[in-house]
Design a protein around this ligand. Structure first.
Ligand code: CP
Ligand code: NVA
Length: 308
C-alpha cells in the first residue's frame, strides 16, 4: 500500500520522480481546455473519494479536476455529512470506503484521523492537510520553484510568520530536496520541536532568526501563510496578529531578498496582514502558479499512490 501521508515519510527518489512527472504532464497538456482528458488515462475505471472535514477551494477543485483529466471519477464528501462526523469510528469508515473506492484523499482537523484512516484502509490514503502538515501544497511549491528557477537544492528558503502546518511540510521538504530553510517569527509561534529535531538529525538544521530583515537577506524564496489557521481557535486571533505584525512580508522586507527571489503563499490569504497586496501581485510573486500546480503535482502523487 502506497499512501502519501507526508513528505518526510516518502522516499526522496519517489518525490523527485513525482516533481519531474508533474512538470512533464503539465507541459503535455498546455493550452488544452481544463476539462479535456490527458493523452493517457491512468485513472480510467478508478473512483476516488475526497473527504473534507474543513473548508477548501484549491485542494477540493484541483483533486477533482486532476482525477477527471486522468480518466477517473470522484466523489466529494463532507466529514460532517458522513456517519464519521456522528460517531462512526475512523477505522470502520476506512474499511467501508475501501470496498467502494480505489483511493481516499482526506483533509482533517487532527492528524490522528488521517493516520487511523491510513492504518485501516486497504486503498491508498492521501493527506489533504491536517493540523500538523500539508504535503501536497509543498510538492506544488517545489514544482513551482523549479519551473521558474531550476533545482531547489541548496537554495535559501525563508519562512516569515507562523510556524504552522504548511511550514512543517517545508521543513520536511528541506531535508528530502536538500535546500536551506530559515524560520523567522515570534518564539511562541515557533515550529514544532519534532520538526526542528528531524531536520537537525538529517543534517539540514533549520535556522531560526527573530529579525525578519536579517533572515530574508540573500533569500531565493520567501514564503508566508495565514496568521490564523483553520485549526487555531478564533479567540487567538488578536494575540496572533499582535505577535506576527512585525513579520509581514511587504515590499521593504522583499528588498532584503535576492533581486530574482520568488514569493509564495499557499492561499487563501488575508491580504495586507501576512503579506501586502503589493508583494502578492508584485514581480516576485508566483502565488497563482502555485495554486495551478496543486493540480499537476497531485496528479503525479495520485499516480505514485496507485502505481500507474
Ligand atoms: N492551499 C490550500 O490548501 O487551499 P484550500 O484550503 O483552498 O484547499
Ligand atoms: N495553515 C492554513 C493553510 C490553509 C491551506 C490552515 O491550516 O488553515
Amino acid at each position: 500500500m502506497t499512501h502519501f501521508l507526508d513528505i518526510h515519510k516518502t522516499d526522496p527518489a519517489a518525490l523527485r520522480a513525482m516533481i519531474d512527472q508533474s512538470i512533464a504532464m503539465k507541459r503535455a497538456r498546455a493550452d488544452r481546455p481544463k476539462g479535456a482528458l490527458d493523452d493517457e488515462q491512468p485513472l480510467a475505471g478508478r473512483m476516488v473519494a475526497l473527504i473534507f472535514e474543513k473548508p477548501s477551494t484549491r485542494t477540493r477543485v484541483s483533486f477533482d479536476v486532476g482525477v477527471r483529466q486522468m480518466g477517473g471519477q470522484t466523489m466529494v464528501l463532507s466529514g460532517s455529512d458522513m456517519q464519521l462526523g456522528h460517531g462512526e469510528t475512523i477505522a470502520d469508515t476506512a474499511r467501508v470506503l475501501s470496498r467502494y473506492v480505489d483511493m481516499i484523499m482526506i483533509r482533517t482537523f487532527e492528524e490522528e484521523t488521517l493516520l487511523e484512516m491510513a492504518e485501516h484502509a486497504s486503498v491508498p490514503v492521501i493527506n489533504g492537510l491536517t493540523d500538523r502538515t500539508h504535503p501536497c501544497q509543498i510538492m506544488a511549491d517545489v514544482m513551482t520553484y523549479e519551473e521558474h528557477r531550476g533545482p531547489i537544492a541548496e537554495r535559501k528558503v525563508v519562512w516569515s510568520g507562523d510556524g504552522n502546518n504548511v511550514f512543517a511540510s517545508f521543513a520536511h521538504a528541506s531535508v528530502q530536496f536538500g535546500f536551506d530553510l530559515t524560520f523567522t517569527g515570534p518564539e511562541p509561534l515557533d515550529p514544532e520541536r519534532a520538526w526542528l529535531d528531524l531536520a537537525e538529525k538529517a543534517g539540514r538544521p533549520i535556522t531560526i532568526d527573530r529579525d525578519p530583515a536579517r533572515a530574508v537577506e540573500g533569500a531565493d524564496l520567501v514564503v508566508t501563510d495565514t496568521w490564523v489557521s483553520m485549526h487555531d481557535p478564533e479567540s487567538a486571533k488578536e494575540r496572533r496578529h499582535n505577535q506576527l505584525r512585525g513579520y509581514q512580508v511587504n515590499e521593504e522586507l522583499m528588498r532584503h531578498a535576492k533581486p530574482d527571489a520568488l514569493f509564495m503563499h499557499c492561499l487563501p490569504a488575508h491580504r495586507n496582514d501576512e503579506a501586502t497586496s503589493g508583494v502578492m501581485d508584485g514581480p516576485h510573486s508566483v502565488i497563482f502558479d502555485e495554486a495551478e500546480n496543486r493540480l499537476h503535482a497531485q496528479k503525479a502523487i495520485m499516480r505514485h499512490c496507485l502505481g500507474v
